[in-house]
Design a protein around this ligand. Structure first.
Ligand code: NI
Length: 167
C-alpha cells in the first residue's frame, strides 16, 4: 500500500518532474494510485502526495460511477474568467476544509498511461475543482495557499498536528 505524505513533508512543496517513460512500471504505479485514492475515499490524488515527485494525478469526481481520469503531464489550456467558491479538502491535510475561489470552468490537456494525449473540455463543478487542486499539487502548491494569511494563521495549530503524522 502506498504511504500518504502529509503537510510539512518537503515533497509536497517541490515542482514535480514530467513523466517521460510510459512503461509497465508506470501502468502499475497508476493502478496503485487509483487503488489508494479509492481506499482513502478521495476525489483526487497526486503523485507527490505519496512521495513521488512526478507530474501524475488521478481523479474520480463521479463517486465510482465512471473510470477515473489518469492525468499525466497535465496542462490547463483554457479557463474561464468567471470564478466560484467551492469547498475543498486534501488527503494531505485531513480534517481541514476551506472555501476556495478559483475559475469556474477549464479545459485540460494531458496524457494517459499509454502516453496518448487527450483533452477534458470545459470541466465544471467538482471535476473542474479537482483538476485545479491536483495540478496545483504538481507545482508544489497547496489549497491553503489560496486563502488569506489571516485564515492560514488560524490553521497553524491544526497544520502542526498534521505534520506530526509524517513518519
Ligand atoms: Ni490535495
Amino acid at each position: 500500500m502506498l504511504e500518504l505524505r502529509y503537510y510539512g513533508d518537503p515533497v509536497l512543496r517541490k515542482k514535480a518532474a514530467p513523466v517521460e517513460k510510459f512503461d509497465d512500471d508506470l501502468k502499475e504505479f497508476v493502478a496503485q494510485m487509483i487503488e489508494a485514492m479509492g481506499a482513502e475515499d478521495g476525489v483526487g490524488l497526486a503523485a507527490p502526495q505519496i512521495g513521488v515527485s512526478l507530474r501524475l494525478a488521478v481523479i474520480d469526481a463521479s463517486g465510482g460511477e465512471s473510470a477515473p481520469y489518469v492525468l499525466i503531464n497535465p496542462e490547463i489550456v483554457y479557463s474561464t474568467a468567471e470564478s466560484e467558491d467551492y469547498e475543498e479538502g486534501c488527503l494531505s491535510m485531513p480534517g481541514i476544509s476551506l472555501k476556495i475561489n478559483r475559475p469556474a470552468q477549464l479545459s485540460v490537456k494531458a496524457q494517459n498511461e499509454n502516453g496518448e494525449f487527450y483533452t477534458i473540455e470545459n470541466a465544471a463543478g467538482l471535476l473542474s475543482r479537482a483538476l485545479q487542486h491536483e495540478i496545483d499539487h504538481l507545482n508544489g502548491i497547496l489549497f491553503i495557499d489560496h486563502v488569506s494569511s489571516v485564515q492560514r494563521a488560524l490553521l497553524k495549530g491544526k497544520l502542526k498536528k498534521i505534520s506530526e503524522k509524517n513518519a
